[in-house]
Ligand binder design. Structure first.
Ligand code: BGC
Length: 525
């Protein structure tokens, strides 16, 4: 099959002892809560920007268009550059701070990055809660963005380093789960706070709570053994590893960590290194996966669901309830992926999710197009019609939540070889943030210009990304990270870049040991 079947890898390679004990589970749950701040942000801005009291105070022209000026095309009533800047400035700030954070995380430890993330986020939340003008709002959003950059850079790394390798997939998706919980909590709070005149202050200020989680968590969480080794504390690191694995003898894993740390220290220019031909598949994926994740159009729903529902004729209350419903679907469907990701594999979820998203986008485009035409009209939708639109948006969100949502973070984190891992991960986060920013910034303008065609625009990208996965992404389920190179070597397209490339890590088995090319060879592509 072109690009890879659904077969799993050989399951060979090192099998360090150690299971999921209470200590490491608790530690990872606390750390994964770092995702809450990212999620809270994503979920809160849409509801706030549809609250009349907020618009009246800061974005008066939008407020006028929304409530009084019926001559304005329905699709365009929220089209305002400062308003979109309010939402999307955060992601630009996150892009820059994740680059700074990679230095702090490496040199000063994962916990310090998490702590800084929490503190910056807390400061931004307070500034927003007490905002008197647009400038205070935007500066607050930028501080929130700095916080998100630090947290998103350090939390997934922390989880991967603490987790026993067999549970890395599930623990990685816990980060995405807490993102979705953050979004849902924000949606629900918006619903209640919208009823209070200064409710937007509560919504924005509520971000202090998830910030406190990460601040307090980072003060008490243990540092990872990898980070301790990286900074020369070998003895403490060994004791820590014994505790998190629940074993007295961790020599094999410990020695490998020391070796890995030394090997990665030798690579002086990981950024330049990454341009070498042999890293072309990984570099392509580091750019392609986050780019496509954002071009599913998910953040149109996450940022602007209440605005969107309002645009297509829902009342204010109904818009916020519908947004909360999509938020709940997002959380539940993420649980599905935690269960299935290691059973059905990444490719299956990617392809199924893509087809499901495409169908929903076309249906929603037709529904909105038929009712509103190209000019839009401001009447209420019949109940059953509104129900169909919300239903298909929910089915679309579920598809994203068990495919591109978690896999958009999981797959990049497992395909990079150690010597370029941190640099490639920065590219992944950076590309994600820049396109989150772009979508956040241009969506309302696109809705105004492209109308229902906007949904077809994203549907087009979903087709392209599904084909790209089908042809170019090999299956990575059940393949130890150090052996990942084999999936590229056996791939019908990427193998041409891998000629003469052996396993980069000293600890990886050779091809002969794995039986590749011989009788025992597995064909996972
Ligand atoms: C994406 C976000 C998105 C969220 C929705 C994440 O994986 O990176 O952009 O808003 O999922 O749950």
């Amino acid at each position: 099959m072109a690009g890879g079947g659904f077969g799993s890898g050989p399951g060979t390679g090192k099998a360090y002892p150690g299971n999921l004990n209470g200590y490491v589970t608790f530690t990872c749950i606390v750390a994964a809560m770092g995702g809450l701040i990212f999620g809270y942000d994503i979920g809160i801005s849409g509801g706030v920007t549809s609250m009349d009291s907020f618009l009246e105070k800061f974005f008066h022209s939008v407020y006028r268009k929304k409530n009084a000026d019926t001559s304005t095309n329905q699709y365009c009533k929220f089209d305002s550059v400062p308003l979109t800047l309010f939402t999307s400035s955060l992601y630009l700030a996150a892009l820059f701070s994740s680059l700074v954070a990679s230095y702090v995380t490496r040199k000063l430890g994962r916990r310090l990055s998490m702590l800084l993330g929490g503190l910056l986020f807390c400061a931004g939340a307070l500034l927003n809660a007490f905002a008197r003008d647009v400038a205070m709002l935007i500066v607050g959003r930028i501080l929130l963005g700095f916080g998100v950059g630090f947290a998103n850079q350090s939390v997934p790394l922390y989880l991967s380093e603490m987790a026993p390798y067999k549970y890395r997939g599930a623990l990685n998706i816990m980060f995405q789960l807490s993102i979705t919980i953050g979004i849902l909590v924000a949606n629900v709070l918006n619903y209640f706070f919208a009823k209070i005149t200064w409710g937007w202050r509560l919504s924005l200020g509520g971000a202090v709570i998830p910030a406190l989680f990460i601040i307090i968590g980072s003060l008490f969480l243990p540092e990872t053994p990898n980070s301790l080794i990286e900074r020369g504390n070998h003895d403490v690191a060994k004791e820590r590893l014994k505790k998190i694995r629940g074993l007295d003898n961790v020599d094999e894993e410990f020695n490998d960590l020391v070796e890995a740390s030394e090997a990665s220290r030798k690579v002086e220019h990981p950024w330049r290194n990454m341009l070498q031909r042999k890293y072309r598949p990984q570099l392509t994926m580091a750019i392609m996966i986050p780019f496509f994740q954002q071009f599913t159009g998910i953040n149109v729903i996450m940022f602007y669901a209440p605005v969107l529902f309002n645009t297509i004729g829902f009342g204010d209350d109904a818009s916020l309830v519908s947004a909360a419903v999509t938020g709940a679907v997002n959380v539940l469907a993420t649980l599905v992926s935690i269960y299935y990701v290691d059973k059905l594999g990444r490719r299956f979820l990617f392809l199924e999710g893509g087809i499901q998203m495409f169908i929903c986008q076309v249906v929603v485009a037709i529904c909105i197009g038929v009712k509103f035409g190209v000019n839009g009209y401001a009447g209420e939708l019949p109940k059953w019609y509104a129900f169909v639109v919300v239903l298909f948006i929910c089915i679309y969100v579920a598809a994203f939540a068990w495919s591109w949502g978690p896999l958009g973070w999981l797959v990049p984190s497992e395909i990079f070889p150690l010597e370029i891992r941190s640099a490639a991960q920065s590219i992944n986060v950076g590309v994600n943030m820049i396109f989150t920013f772009i979508i956040g910034q241009v969506f309302l303008m696109m809705l105004c210009r492209m109308k229902f065609g906007l949904f077809l625009f994203f549907a087009f990208f979903v087709v392209v990304m599904t084909l790209a996965v089908y042809f170019f992404l090999p299956e990575t389920k059940n393949i130890p990270i150090e052996e990942m190179v084999v999936v590229w070597k056996e791939h019908w397209y990427w193998n041409r870049f891998m000629k003469g490339v052996d396993f980069p890590g000293k600890t990886a088995p050779s091809e002969v040991e794995m039986g590749i090319g011989g009788e025992g060879g597995h064909k996972n592509v």
